[in-house]
Write a protein that binds this ligand. Sequence first.
Ligand SMILES: Cc1ncc(COP(=O)(O)O)c(C=O)c1O
Length: 391
Amino acid sequence: MNSCINNKLEFIEKTLQEREKNHNLRQLNPIYPKDSVTIVKNGKSLINFSSNDYLGLSKHPKIIAASQDYLNQYGTGSTASRLVTGNYDIHEKLEQKLAKLCNKEAALLFNSGFQANTTIIPTLVNQKSLVLCDRLVHNSILQGILLSKAQWKRYQHNDLSHLDRLLQKAVLQGYNRVLIVTETVFSMEGDRSDVDALIQLSQQYNTLLYLDDAHALGIMGEKGMGLTANKSGIDISLGTFGKAIGSFGAFIATSKLIRDYLINCCPGFIYTTALPPAVIASIEAAVDMIPSLDQQRNYLLQQIEYVQKKLRNLGYQVLSSSSPIIPIIIGDEKKTLNLSEYLENNGILATAIRPPTVPPNTSRVRLVLSSEHQPKQIDYLISLLQNYHEH
Ligand SMILES: Cc1ncc(COP(=O)(O)O)c(C=O)c1O
């Protein structure tokens, strides 16, 4: 019996051993967040250059107070799915606010960005469809595509002439529909898609267009509402609340028609408990604040340019990005871990990102800036990188 159990789990042990051998075994480390840019790990205080809390809103006193208020009024949980008894007035009010701020007909909340991507895509396409996505899209998008059972092809990263060629071929293949899906700001590269050109291609070939705006919401676009806000011709744009909004959950901005369709047909909307009241309050309070945070956004932009320039001058291979995500490409897994460890030993948290999250030989230390980082913290990071001699 025992040997049977051991045998049964052998594939797990082998996978983990393989990961360890290749320096890409993932492990959880407990941390305590002291403030929006400082954490404590193993009893040591570290400046956090890895979180997606681009505006420091996860620790904003007004937002915390708003959460406490809804917690007192509505309780800890929303007790059921939206279609049963979880559809509180605050869920609907937030959706209306989001739709208005994005200048779209409608919005619909989802419990996370991962959940939204994995459940919406299979509700839009099926075995008879084609999905065309950027080569570097987030894993949640890939999972959604795989679940849909649609045929799919990836175009070279941000290469819209390649996408155009794939669309030309698709026209002749008799698919029931074609979906283009990509990110507006790439989570591991920090660079952007050309949203207007994507809209143009989608219209030219009459495809569905789904854009994941997770890393733009809060820090880019008009009033900070992302790169897809105020643009027509996008069927669904996804925003997540776990990044610049400092909370948790996600929403899509879309048409009334698509909203109605998803409420009726999307399993990841129908069969899950609605977001809890304290979370709704934090999102609402952050969204109210976002349009007025131009000063923070401008400061962030200046720091992005400053850090990129400094790192390039030091000889680091830094991907061009106009977002707070600044990946330093090292290539080799072990060397990437060495740099991340060196920074951590000196008081900086900057996570190493390795395959399979990124393509082979592109391991990187992914720096993420926040408007809450003080110039002296940024200069300290740069001085450490200047004194590091292994790159
Ligand atoms: C581009 C992109 N889409 C979706 C997600 C998932 O969002 P969430 O963290 O809300 O599940 C992430 C975050 O990891 C992301 O970077």
